[in-house]
Design a binder for this molecule. Structure first.
Ligand code: 3PG
Length: 306
């Protein structure tokens, strides 16, 4: 019998787990659940004899992949797959997939929760500012970026986008402005929404020089990955620019050092962009269906390690 392990250090909502289990029961598969584990060796032990693995931000490291003696497929229920060792997976002939777009509305909505929180003086009672009429720069126009643009228009913000991988025409169809360079985005926009994946190219790419281009009363909202920030540059910029704010959904390594800038810095304790039952249901069901289609028909749509 095909065995599927759902390994979620940060569990899915109960309704999502029920639906995923039902999908596998209907397909004649067995489901094994490993939730809220704190030690990576628990995952290494649990993956031993399963055919398929569903994870969220859980690390599918080389060790995990090598421990999965029968493993054929890993599905990251979510967008970013920087937590899967793709080289190790490919070496073992394991298919790695993500579920693009399934949790993007949840992340985009949180971006606006954070923008309003930042603009309204961290809800501490002081006078704030409005988002209407302000320039928002969307750094990367994937599924989250598109949703951020849609919501920003409802706030009457002026929206600018930089994404070298999406054509100008495609972005402009959504009624937003396109800029040709990342420098132009940061120079032009008071607020930046980071929606780039963490890749070898983007890691530490948000550095002091780029931030220094931002206009007065600048703020960066990071719902992407902490790795895209050059933290040394960020710390330096906090000192150089007392008007700058950084609100993050992924606690930076330098969190303790940034706490001194209490009204200009905030991080959620645990990444919660995709923490809605809708996002869990969408991404979890998609992952389950992708596994069933792959095991039964060899369907490799959404494979990321080709
Ligand atoms: C993603 O890449 O899909 C998001 O960062 C959400 O990650 P999570 O499922 O670990 O919350």
């Amino acid at each position: 019998m095909t065995k599927v392990l759902i390994a979620t250090e940060k569990p899915f909502a109960a309704a999502a787990v029920e639906g995923i289990k039902k999908t596998f029961t209907d397909a004649g598969f067995e489901t094994i659940l490993l939730e809220k584990y704190t030690d990576p060796t628990d995952l290494i032990k649990a993956v031993g004899d399963v055919d398929a693995l569903i994870i969220r931000s859980d690390k599918a490291s080389r060790q995990v992949i090598e421990a999965g003696k029968s493993l054929k497929i890993i599905v990251r229920a979510g967008a970013g797959f920087d937590n899967i060792d793709l080289v190790a997976a490919s070496e073992k002939g394991i298919v790695a997939m993500n579920t693009p777009g399934q949790n993007s509305n949840a992340v985009a909505e949180l971006t606006f929760g954070m923008l309003v929180f930042m603009a309204r003086a961290n809800f501490k009672g002081g006078s704030g500012t409005e988002l209407k009429g302000k320039k928002l720069g969307i750094h990367a126009y994937g599924n989250v970026g598109k949703n951020v643009a849609r919501i920003a228009k409802g706030f009457d913000m002026e929206v600018y986008v930089f994404d070298p991988f999406v054509s100008k025409e495609t972005i402009e169809k959504d009624g937003v402005n396109v800029v040709a360079t990342v420098e132009e985005l940061y120079s032009n926009c008071q607020y930046i929404s980071l929606n780039i994946p963490a890749t070898e190219k983007t890691k530490k790419s948000i550095n002091f020089e780029l931030l220094a281009k931002m206009p007065k009363d600048a703020a960066v909202i990071n719902t992407a990955r902490k790795e895209v920030i050059d933290e040394e540059g960020l710390k330096k910029f906090f000192v150089a620019r007392p008007d700058f704010k950084y609100i993050s959904d992924i606690m930076p390594d330098c969190h303790a050092e940034l706490l001194q800038f209490e009204n200009r810095y905030y991080s959620t304790p645990k990444k919660q962009g995709a923490e809605t039952s809708e996002a869990n249901i969408n991404a979890g069901f998609a992952a389950a269906n992708q596994i069933v289609k792959f095991i039964k028909n060899g369907d490799k749509t959404f494979q990321v390690n080709k």
